[in-house]
Design a protein around this ligand. Structure first.
Ligand code: AMP
Length: 442
């Protein structure tokens, strides 16, 4: 299937050709026809699947066709009204969505803008005053500017709620409800979430009318390409092990995950003391600092980025060789999302995890979810506690240097069941862990 087969407007096809998109991704193949028919959509999918184009392209198509029919895009006397609203949890995602829509719509004359918190509102307000067709927003700033009278949702024809599960984790539920209440009842609604626990299903019902569903589970395919390994290491030796591994991979782009913002800062400081340059991105960092660090990392100028899960959601780096879980996540699905950051464009990636004695339960939950054992890494120079030695390495493997281990890993992955059933297992572990959402709002 090609984009042309989907019946999209010529300026959009031209833009996609210019971007080198030859074929629609699975979510685009499924979602675009539904959205072109103006049906509501529930998309179970996450960033990295081509989700932004899946919703962005049909919106651009409808707006472009309407503009063509009306023969105007709003001159001075006829200011553009916001006709499409995309709400997403973080600044990074908002910016990334805005950039993608600008790319896909660059020959359509459709204008978009992005608003988010953490920066002064003046520039955003001025852009809004000039009139935009599509607004990409984080919930807090959107409500704020609505309350100040700079934004009305009266003319919204297309409403997209993106990364809904993340939105709820970040405590945006009340903001979201307030936003939904202001939307006109006549609209096309799109709801995207990587996971579908009960509260998300309930929220989707509030937004969607008669809808169709599309489920894309990239985790399984992605995880198959990723070689995994776990090091048993005491909490106090994690930094030493990290330094050791980074020194072994001096030319690779490495994304290090920390469960907390404070932890991320501490890692950067310790790496700095060891002579390794890195930067942290998380909710407490200023917008400028986050964009600067992310930009340097994407360009390969900065080799090590330390991120919390929420901040990392918007990271789309093609040449990411290695993911290191400095802390194991207490929500097993997060592990799959994290390791899916590597092994994207390239044929394979490596994901290594540090597991201290308190994290053993998390590891067991993860292994249950992915239906495989994470290969135990061989002895490392920093095994100092009895606790580390308690669970000996079973058939130690070193993924990068051993072809044998690659084959073993692949065979095991091949036998794995679908992620869908794994997701239901995970709900139990999610309940067990509970203490989530430590990020700030954007
Ligand atoms: P997203 O899930 O929207 O964050 O997209 C992930 C990445 O895939 C982005 O870098 C997009 O530019 C890219 N992408 C989206 N659709 C296509 C496509 N049909 N062909 C090639 N790349 C794509």
């Amino acid at each position: 299937m090609t984009f042309k087969d989907l019946g999209l407007a010529a300026p959009i096809l031209d833009a996609l050709e210019g971007l080198g998109y030859s074929n629609p991704t699975p979510i685009q193949q499924q979602a675009i026809p539904i959205l072109l028919k103006r049906k509501d959509l529930l998309g179970v999918a996450q960033t990295g699947t081509g989700k932004t184009a899946a919703f962005g392209i049909p919106i651009l198509h409808h707006l472009y066709e309407a503009k063509k029919q009306n023969g105007t895009n709003g001159g001075h006397s006829n200011k553009r009204k916001i006709k499409a609203l995309i709400v997403t949890p973080t600044r990074e995602l908002a910016i990334q969505i805005g950039e993608s829509i600008t790319d896909y719509g660059k020959y359509t004359g459709i204008r978009n803008t992005v608003i988010f918190g953490g920066v002064k509102q003046g520039k955003q307000v001025n852009t809004l005053k000039n009139g935009v067709d599509i607004l990409v927003a984080t919930p807090g700033r959107l409500l704020d500017l609505m309350n100040q009278g700079f934004i009305t949702l009266r003319d919204i024809e297309f409403a997209v709620l993106d990364e809904a599960d993340q939105m709820l984790d970040m405590g945006f539920i009340h903001d979201i409800k307030k936003i939904i209440a202001k939307l006109p009842s006549q609209r096309q609604s799109l709801f995207f979430s990587a996971t579908m626990p009960k509260d998300i299903v309930a929220l989707s019902r509030k937004i969607l009318g008669d809808f169709e569903q599309v489920s894309i589970q990239p985790e399984q395919a992605t995880a198959e390409k990723v070689e995994q390994g776990v090091y048993f290491v005491s909490k106090k030796n994690k930094t030493k092990l990290l330094v050791h591994l980074l020194e072994e991979h001096p030319r690779d782009s490495v994304l290090v995950f920390s469960r907390t913002k404070h932890g991320a800062n501490k890692i950067v400081k310790k790496l700095d003391q060891a002579g390794i340059r890195s930067a942290a991105i998380h909710g407490n960092k200023s917008q400028t600092a986050r964009q600067k660090a992310l930009g340097a990392f994407k360009e390969g100028k900065l080799k090590v980025l330390v991120a919390t899960d929420i901040a990392a959601r918007g990271i789309d780096v093609e040449e990411l060789a290695l993911v290191i879980n400095f802390d194991l996540p207490n929500v097993s699905e997060t592990y799959v999302h994290r390791i899916g950051r590597t092994g994207r464009a390239s044929a394979s990636g490596i994901a290594l995890s540090f597991c201290d004695v308190e994290e053993r339960a998390y590891l067991r939950d993860i292994e249950k979810l992915i239906k495989q054992e994470v290969p135990k890494m061989p002895e490392h120079p920093f095994t100092d506690s009895d606790e580390d030695a308690q669970e000996p390495a079973h058939q130690p493997r070193k993924p990068r240097n051993s072809n044998q281990s690659r084959n073993n890993n692949r065979n095991r992955n091949r036998n794995r069941n679908s992620n869908r059933s794994a997701n239901s297992n995970n709900r139990n572990s999610r309940r067990r862990s509970g203490n989530k959402g430590s990020e700030n709002r954007s």
